[in-house]
Design a binder for this molecule. Structure first.
Ligand code: B12
Ligand code: SF4
Ligand code: SF4
Length: 348
């Protein structure tokens, strides 16, 4: 083995070894190629399924190849971090499990990915690396499949045979060459269609395709400055932020292990948020309570709008005084949701 090849093997081994110590359950490496999901992505955008997530549509060309994120990329290291916590969801207002911890996962994963890249940087200081979580134009699930971590389920989640789908993905793009894993071969959904049937807003026009316009996760997190279509409000049920239904019903999650990471220790007020307190949030209080959590992305107005919709769906008569105050709120989306909620609770 020549010395360059020995270095490649050694760095690949250290990356995999260090990943476990940093709390990643899986790590795999794919060559930088144009991902097979690129054309499905273009079709998805053309069908309007990206809704108004312009940060995806405006950068559609950059998804063609990891070069669009880091010119000269040769390897894509993909890592998965389990955030599963088996606490049951409350009956009142629900927040998706990924957001129960007190830290924003983007910051946390990016910091750990940077640490993970240490062996790469020290061995080859001349090579460039970039850690990405979510926001770069990279099809993370497609690359996770190419890196051998799992398959894309009918619910569009990347599923691992070992840990199910309750995990975050992150990637390190590097101009360095590494030893590549085999792509994950196969699809273990079989004839199951539980996720497609369980979705309360019918967000799957077909298996493996999600229409964001109908997905509660999009509606409650990403649709921040607009009202939510009235026809979809009942389907939102008691989801205040995100939605876990198509993962909760998945048989591959039945035995999903719990995380053992202090960073994902859940906060009581996120596992079981108090609806009346949420309806009373002003900008300052929102910032103080949720400024360092994933909820900050959505902002006060959309969270209060969502809380009003949940109160309406639950016919929560105790919320009437708060909702009446919100009829004069500074935000139009809040005023409108409060009006709607009152009409649901008391049609008179
Ligand atoms: C935009 C986005 C959303 C949107 C759109 C989701 C979607 N399904 O496209 C909304 C806001 C709705 C959303 C919701 C959620 N999201 Co999100 N989201 C993203 C983001 C930023 C981009 C996804 C994207 O590019 N979508 C466009 C579609 C076309 O791409 P895709 O979903 O990757 O689909 C691929 C496959 O379906 C495949 N494909 C297409 N057709 C076919 C056909 C067949 C037969 C096959 C096999 C494959 C296949 O090709 C596609 C392209 O690669 C990624 C991070 C990233 N940069 O990748 C996180 C990400 C996918 N989200 C994540 C999470 C956790 C969630 C939620 C669970 C959060 C919650 N609890 O509320 C939900 C889950 C909803 C769901 N069922 O997907 C995780 C998923 C981890 C995992 N195990 O898969 C990611 C990777 C973020 C992260 N860094 O951890 N999300
Ligand atoms: S996250 Fe919820 S709303 Fe979105 S597709 Fe899954 S079940 Fe449907
Ligand atoms: S619920 Fe069934 S069809 Fe859906 S992702 Fe899980 S195994 Fe696949």
């Amino acid at each position: 083995m020549n010395s360059r090849l020995r270095q490649i093997t050694k760095v690949t081994e250290s990356l995999k070894h260090d990943a476990a110590g940093l709390g990643f359950q899986h790590v795999g490496i794919a060559p930088a190629v144009s991902p097979p999901g690129y054309h499905p992505l273009l079709e998805w955008i053309a069908s309007g399924h990206a809704a108004d997530m312009d940060w995806i549509t405006h950068r559609q060309d950059a998804y063609r190849h990891p070069d669009g994120v880091l010119p000269g990329t040769r390897s894509v290291v993909v890592a998965a971090m389990n955030y599963h916590n088996q606490n049951p969801q409350p009956e009142t207002a629900r927040i998706a499990r990924y957001a129960w911890g007190s830290e924003d996962y983007h910051t946390l994963l990016r910091q750990r990915l940077k640490k993970l890249a240490t062996s790469l940087r020290t061995t080859w200081p001349e090579e460039r690396t970039r850690a990405v979580v979510d926001t770069a134009p990279l099809l993370e699930r497609d690359f996770a499949r190419l890196a051998g971590i799992g398959w894309v389920g009918k619910n569009t989640m990347l599923i691992s045979r070992e840990i199910g789908s309750w995990f975050f993905l992150g990637a390190i793009l590097t101009t360095a060459e590494l030893t590549y894993d085999q792509p994950f071969d196969g699809d273990y959904c079989g004839t199951c269609t539980k996720c497609l049937q369980a979705c309360p807003t019918d967000a799957f026009p077909e298996p493996h395709v999600l229409d964001s316009n109908r997905c509660i996760s999009y509606l409650t997190i990403e649709r921040r400055d607009k009202s939510i279509d009235e026809n979809l409000r009942n389907g939102i049920g008691n989801w205040l932020f995100g939605c876990d239904i198509c993962q909760d019903v998945c048989p591959w999650n039945r035995f999903a292990p719990n995380h053992s990471d202090r960073a994902f220790e859940p906060r009581e007020d996120l596992i079981a948020p108090n609806l009346l307190q949420l309806l009373a949030l002003d900008d300052d209080l929102f910032q103080r309570k949720f400024g360092d959590t994933p909820l900050k992305r959505t902002g006060r107005h959309a969270i209060v709008r969502n809380a009003a919709i949940v109160a309406g769906n639950q016919r929560c008569t105790d919320a009437i005084p708060q909702l009446t105050t919100l009829l004069k709120d500074q935000s139009e989306i809040v005023r409108e949701a409060a009006r709607w909620a009152i009409s649901q609770i008391d049609p008179q």
